[in-house]
Design a protein around this ligand. Structure first.
Ligand code: TA6
Length: 278
């Protein structure tokens, strides 16, 4: 079933079926929770201090970065909104259906053209809530000229404790934002014990979040050219909408396009993340 609830001027879609429940905010087209019936544990984390009133992007869940990632819009940081302008607008539910595999929704943002991105295109977010959660952002060039963009599904995964968490399956090199983008080999084992802000440069298709050496969640990516891993660690204390200790319970693993993707007129592109509870 799908129901709509309202709170603080925002609307939320509540999906419930035999496989899972999920909550999606129309502000941001933003998935906030995915609780599989398998074990009843939410795979997504939302900050207890998140703004859920439309004043700011929501801290947690699956923010949508588009048509640039962080501040890679080619202007000075702060001139344009970080991570683009889809995560701060109200989306519309345009389709919904239910079948034996779960519930599928389609949402569209109110606008896709704004300062910094003056191109004709359509954007659709498709969310399938089943035994797995699949979130797919489709961009279509409806104009007459090519354009380039970046995009990410900036997912905040819930982990019981970051110190007991390991990322398995990421190979290749990463660019370290915290070290002037120095290129470094991916660590093995991949544990997090300090502030971490990395763009892994290979198109990692599957990574596993393990807790206490037990697989907890698989993160499958489609269409990505990179994977971003972020945890602010104690720097979270300076992020006003993040609990100072929130970093202990979250890890961002983001299916991303960060190298610039060119879409020709008439072309469509889909970036997807599939969250598989183990
Ligand atoms: O994905 C990593 C990152 O770009 C970090 O550099 C960090 O700033 C984070 O996202 C959160 O960004 P936000 O704009 O949501 O505060």
């Amino acid at each position: 079933s799908i129901s709509i609830s309202e709170s603080n001027g925002l609307s939320f879609l509540n999906v419930n079926n035999e496989f899972a429940s999920a909550k999606i905010s129309l502000f941001g087209g933003h998935v906030l929770s995915f609780v599989p019936a398998l074990d009843g544990k939410d795979r997504l984390w939302v900050s207890p201090h998140a703004y859920l009133n439309g004043e700011r992007p929501i801290r947690g869940g699956i923010p949508i970065c588009w048509p640039w990632f962080a501040n890679d819009h080619g202007k000075e940081a702060g001139e344009l909104p970080p991570h683009g302008f889809l995560r701060t607008q109200v989306w519309q539910l345009t389709e919904s259906s239910e079948d034996e595999s779960g519930t599928t929704l389609a949402l569209t943002p109110s606008f896709t053209r704004a300062e910094g991105f003056e191109h004709d295109c359509n954007v659709v977010l498709r969310v399938h809530v089943g035994a797995r959660l699949r979130v797919a952002l489709e961009t279509e060039n409806t104009g007459v000229a090519p354009f380039s963009f970046n995009t990410a599904l900036h997912t905040y995964f819930h982990v019981d404790h970051i110190k007991h968490t390991e990322l398995v399956g990421i190979t290749g090199e990463y660019k370290d934002k915290l070290d002037d983008w120095a290129v470094k080999p991916t660590p093995v084992p991949y544990t997090i014990d300090a502030e971490t802000d990395r763009i892994h440069l290979s198109a990692v298709k599957q990574a596993t979040i393990s807790v206490d050496s037990t697989e907890f969640t698989d993160v499958i990516s489609e269409g990505n050219d990179s994977l971003v891993v972020w945890n602010p660690w104690q720097g979270a204390a300076s992020i006003s909408d993040m609990d100072p200790f929130g970093y202990k319970h979250m890890l961002c693993v983001e299916s991303s396009v960060t190298k610039g993707l060119k879409l020709e007129p008439g072309e469509k592109f889909e970036l997807a993340q599939i969250i598989v509870p183990k």
